[in-house]
Design a protein around this ligand. Structure first.
Ligand SMILES: *Cc1c(COP(=O)(O)O)cnc(C)c1O
Length: 421
């Protein structure tokens, strides 16, 4: 099946004379046929449903669908993009281990890496991803994971995934990529060597500002038998002394462990209702992304030609520093739905602009069908120090727009009147 067909069909084939649309399984638990069957499920000898904290048939459709869109071997949906990132990390790293990460991150992820993980003994070395060699230079004998975003927050730089994954492969370190801003419609990191792909489903995949969720996709190709990955190479006392590196090839080790260890025991599961909402959203992802990207390009071009606008960053603009990498990696000549810019009156002008918007919503979200605006330095990235904001490339005057699917004339009219104000 091609992409748009997968977005509608993957992961669900109705049994005879049953629901045509994916049903919501609003249940906490599942009936076991008999005690032997229950034992086989618990020891992973047979696949099947146990309890909705660990799996649910509605969630399973969502997972299979996103895995198909990304070209992965398996996926795990969670309660938010944030929990997806956290569980992916603690499914590889333990106290004493290190991560090498891009410094140009989503604000919440930056705080997780810089403030929360160190309390658990996991250190992150932040590097400028514009030079992929920086990942190599920051690697030590304790490094267990590389992390980057396809389009970095907040200035919309594009990661050279192929170059970073080549360094990851050389050092036998898995590469995790947060692909929220591109979605699999624009870019599939696994095709360029990534081992793990993470999304906030809350954003473009869901697309309708109606639920929180996250998902992790496992490429299923990383070799976890290297002894430095301790979590995979000792019998796990919390799970029948299973050694995850010795699972057969048909059971992807990373995503299986993530389900039965972090998710089962820490519990940030997705609700079946949210999973169902994301299934509805993903069906129209190709249509929405076409419109998001078309409108974003026109908005960026309008802003570029406006006399009061000092600077604009959009990976699709001909002279944008990210344009070359975006053209290399993004499909269909589409460049995403995010545009950032600064006004000639600086911080004060940016705040006045946001307060003057009429149609465009002032919210912390991105990736919605509605056009959204925010001033990151005083909101999403306000917990970062001035130095950290500078390292992340965040200018105090930066205004962030997430362009929706409304009529472009109305979007531009609202921006124009707010610029006048
Ligand atoms: C929103 C977002 C997250 C966090 O996802 P939530 O669903 O809000 O927890 C992580 N990374 C990126 C790039 C995001 O945009």
């Amino acid at each position: 099946m091609k992409f748009s067909t997968k977005a509608v069909h993957s992961g669900y084939k109705p049994a005879k004379n049953t629901s045509d649309n994916v049903p919501i399984y609003r249940t906490s638990a599942f009936i076991f046929d008999n005690t032997d069957f229950a034992a086989d499920l618990f020891s992973l000898k047979k696949p099947g449903n146990i309890y909705s904290r660990i799996m649910n048939p509605t969630q399973a459709v969502l997972e299979e669908r996103v895995a198909a869109l990304e070209g992965g071997k398996g996926a795990l949906a969670l309660s938010s993009g944030t929990s997806a990132i956290f569980y992916a990390i603690i499914n590889i790293c333990k106290a004493g281990d290190e991560i090498v990460s891009s410094s140009k991150l989503y604000g919440g992820t930056y705080i997780m890496f810089s403030s929360i993980l160190p309390e658990m003994g996991i250190k992150t070395v932040f590097v400028n991803p514009d030079n992929p060699e920086n990942f190599d230079k920051a690697t030590t004998s304790k490094t267990r994971l590389y992390f980057t975003e396809t389009i970095g927050n907040p200035v919309l730089d594009v990661s050279d995934i192929k170059a970073i994954s080549a360094i990851a492969a050389k050092n036998n370190i898995p590469l995790a990529v947060d692909s929220t801003f591109t979605t699999p419609y624009l870019l599939r990191p696994i095709e360029h060597g990534a081992d793990i792909v993470i999304h906030s489903l809350t954003k473009w995949l869901g697309g309708h500002d109606n639920g929180l969720g996250g998902i992790v996709v496992d490429a299923g190709k990383f070799d976890w038998t290297d002894k430095k990955f301790e979590l995979y190479n000792k019998p796990d006392a919390s799970y029948n002394n299973l050694m995850f590196s010795s699972l057969p090839d048909t059971i992807p080790a990373f995503i299986t462990r993530m389900r039965v260890i972090p998710l089962r025991n820490l519990g940030a599961c997705i609700s079946p209702d949210s999973a169902w909402l994301f299934i509805q959203g993903i069906a129209t992802l190709p249509l929405r992304m076409e419109k998001h990207c078309e409108n974003a390009m026109k908005t960026a071009e309008f802003l570029s030609s406006h006399p009061r606008v000092k600077w604009v960053r959009y990976p699709g603009l001909k002279n944008d520093p990210a344009r070359a990498l975006a053209s290399k990696y993004f499909d269909r000549n589409l460049f995403g739905g995010m545009v950032v810019f600064g006004i000639d009156t600086g911080l004060k002008g940016g705040k006045k602009f946001i307060d003057s918007l009429k149609l465009i919503s002032h919210v912390a979200n991105v990736g919605d069908i509605k056009t959204l605006a925010i001033h990151p330095a005083s909101t999403t990235h306000s917990q970062l120090s001035e130095k950290e904001q500078e390292n992340a490339g965040l200018m105090p005057d930066l205004v962030r727009l997430s362009i929706g699917i409304e009529d472009i004339d109305d979007i531009i009219e609202d921006i124009n009147q707010a610029l006048k104000a």
